[in-house]
Design a protein around this ligand. Structure first.
Ligand code: C2E
Ligand code: CA
Ligand code: CA
Ligand code: CA
Length: 279
């Protein structure tokens, strides 16, 4: 930075150091949460738009600081990725998720799949499949109950390698979903070759689905294309009935969003789906 604009420089460096301080704080909290094992996993139901019933769920990590509040994964996941802590975070989330799901499946309370988000570093771990299979076995969950969500950015970085990894996971019985679809830069040629089972349409396309014809047409095209490729489609971030009904008209069969449920603590999950989204 230049020292000429006087105030400008001072303002700039102050906001930069504020940023650096915040990053250090978050990193410390994350390390502490890993060390003392208080990272939490919340679960958001996935529903069928036809029946309004529960069909599956997504695991979403939470960093809850006692007496302070919750740090959003949008803030600490990128930082975890940079510092390498993501490997540990990812493994904790996967283990807790498999443990909870295994308990719910065994109790006959939940069917379908639980989806876990994978970050780039995790996805590219050489022994990823082996690690996941070990966790599944140790926690007593069948692979058919697990789905992994991967973003376009992660798979498009090295598509050929991604296809190999995805095939290996698929061969073990694990389903794969392409997350945040439409926000990245997937090429259609690759999309056809990715061994995935599900496309998740990003919330950005759903927000104005009733206000903007262009957004509605875009969603209609994505749904039609996905179905032509034999994929399931999930709409993310559905917040009102009009959106749900439009999506249903466009043949999008699955959705998640605050309209149905926010991500819930494990302690509240079963009660919630029993009372509002009975299977
Ligand atoms: P994502 O995978 O796209 O997850 C969807 C996000 O949208 C979640 O935010 C969820 O709480 C939020 N959401 C769901 N329905 C609605 C809605 O109707 N309205 C609004 N405004 N938001 C809704 P969250 O939990 O804060 O997670 C943010 C992102 O952090 C996730 O986006 C994902 O990319 C990442 N993330 C979360 N958990 C994990 C994890 O365990 N591992 C990794 N690698 N990434 C994670
Ligand atoms: Ca996701
Ligand atoms: Ca998403
Ligand atoms: Ca997202």
């Amino acid at each position: 930075a230049k020292n000429r604009g006087g105030n400008t420089y001072q303002f700039f460096s102050e906001s930069m150091s504020k940023n650096a301080v915040r990053r250090l704080q978050v990193e410390n909290q994350l390390r502490n949460a890993l060390k003392n094992n208080y990272l939490q996993v919340h679960y958001q139901p996935k529903v069928s738009l036809r029946t309004n019933k529960f069909v599956g769920l997504e695991a979403l990590v939470r960093l809850e600081i006692p007496d302070t509040g919750v740090i959003s994964p949008s803030e600490f996941i990128p930082l975890a990725e940079e510092t390498g802590l993501i490997i540990d975070v990812g493994e904790r989330v996967l283990r807790q998720t498999c443990r909870d799901m295994s308990e719910w499946v065994a109790a006959g309370a939940v069917q379908g799949r639980v989806a876990v988000n994978l970050s780039a570093k995790q996805f590219l771990q050489p022994d990823l499949t082996k690690r996941i299979m070990t966790i599944l076995q140790e926690e007593g969950l069948a692979a058919e109950h697990l789905e992994l969500e991967i973003t376009e950015g992660v798979v498009m970085d090295d598509p050929e390698r991604a296809i190999e990894i995805m095939t290996e996971l698929n061969n073990c019985g694990i389903h794969l979903a392409l997350d945040d679809f439409g926000t990245g830069y997937s090429s259609l040629a690759y999309l056809k070759r990715f061994p995935i089972q599900t496309l998740k349409i990003d919330k950005a396309f759903i927000d104005d689905i009733n206000g903007a014809e262009r957004d509605r047409n875009m969603v209609a095209s994505i749904v039609a294309m996905a179905h032509n490729m034999g994929l399931d489609v999930v709409a993310e971030g559905v917040v009102d009935h009009d959106q749900a009904s439009t999506l249903n008209t466009l043949n999008c069969e699955f959705a998640q969003g605050f309209l149905f449920a926010k991500p819930l603590r494990r302690e509240h999950f079963l009660d919630h789906i029993r009372t509002t989204l009975a299977t």
